[in-house]
Design a protein around this ligand. Structure first.
Ligand SMILES: [Zn+2]
Length: 225
């Protein structure tokens, strides 16, 4: 596998006693974790299982999580390989799995699922999609474009990516502010302390416009770019 960030021809394996990630790039020093699942369907699915919930949240909140490769395969063939850049991770996409039963050796241990379906399309960069290999230059372009969504603080990252995901969920290319306000209750549930959700939505739309992901047309109308 090439490095989708700098284009170096080959990634290296971490040795097994270094659990920070699975692969790294010797050129740009990026880390990658690989999660894979056997799947008969062509779709990559909505979630992928990861390790301990607590460790995952700690890595995200300290901004030390690696980039993620999600792979699905069947009969020794790769159906999908997707890159999720590390700046798309927020605690709200991590779901708790039920704790292990009291009878288990690690009783009480809680694993997690990564809600890959909750990540905006800009952070779901397919390298192989439905068994077809995507162009390397295109993969690298999409990664570079996604970098403008990188924020310093985790809190601002959450709002920006959640509003972008709402934009993705509107099926048409043009949309109105009211169509986005329809997601206000859902966003408020994720941020119960914030009582100015509509203001926050408008603010994020301005950021997304400044970053080139949407355009403002006539008053109250937006278009995806
Ligand atoms: Zn690299």
């Amino acid at each position: 596998m090439y490095c989708p960030i700098c284009g170096a021809p080959m990634l290296s394996h971490y040795s097994a006693n270094k659990p920070v990630a699975d692969f790294y790039c010797d050129d740009c020093r990026s880390d990658f974790e690989l999660k894979s699942r056997e799947s008969k369907t062509a779709h990559i699915g909505r979630t992928i299982a990861d390790g301990a919930y607590k460790t995952m949240i700690e890595r995200i909140t300290s901004l030390r999580n690696p980039n993620l490769f999600v792979m699905t395969y069947s009969n020794w063939a790769v159906n999908n390989l997707m890159l999720i850049p590390n700046h798309f991770f927020t605690p709200s996409i991590i779901e708790k799995r039920p704790p292990l039963k009291d009878t288990a050796r690690r009783a009480g241990w809680m694993g997690c699922n990564i809600g890959i379906g909750d990540i905006p399309d800009s952070g779901r960069i397919f390298i192989v999609k439905n068994s077809i290999l995507e162009d390397k230059a295109r993969v690298m372009d999409l990664y570079q474009r996604s970098l403008s969504l990188k924020t310093e603080k985790l809190e601002s990252r959450g709002w920006l990516l959640e509003v972008l995901k709402c934009v993705d969920r509107i099926p048409t290319n043009s949309f109105t502010l009211n169509q986005l306000y329809a997601f206000a209750d859902e966003l408020h549930a994720k941020h119960p302390d914030n009582n100015f959700v509509k203001d926050k939505i408008r603010q994020q739309l301005q950021l997304l416009r400044d970053k080139g992901f949407i355009e403002f047309t006539t008053r109250g109308e937006y278009r995806k770019t």
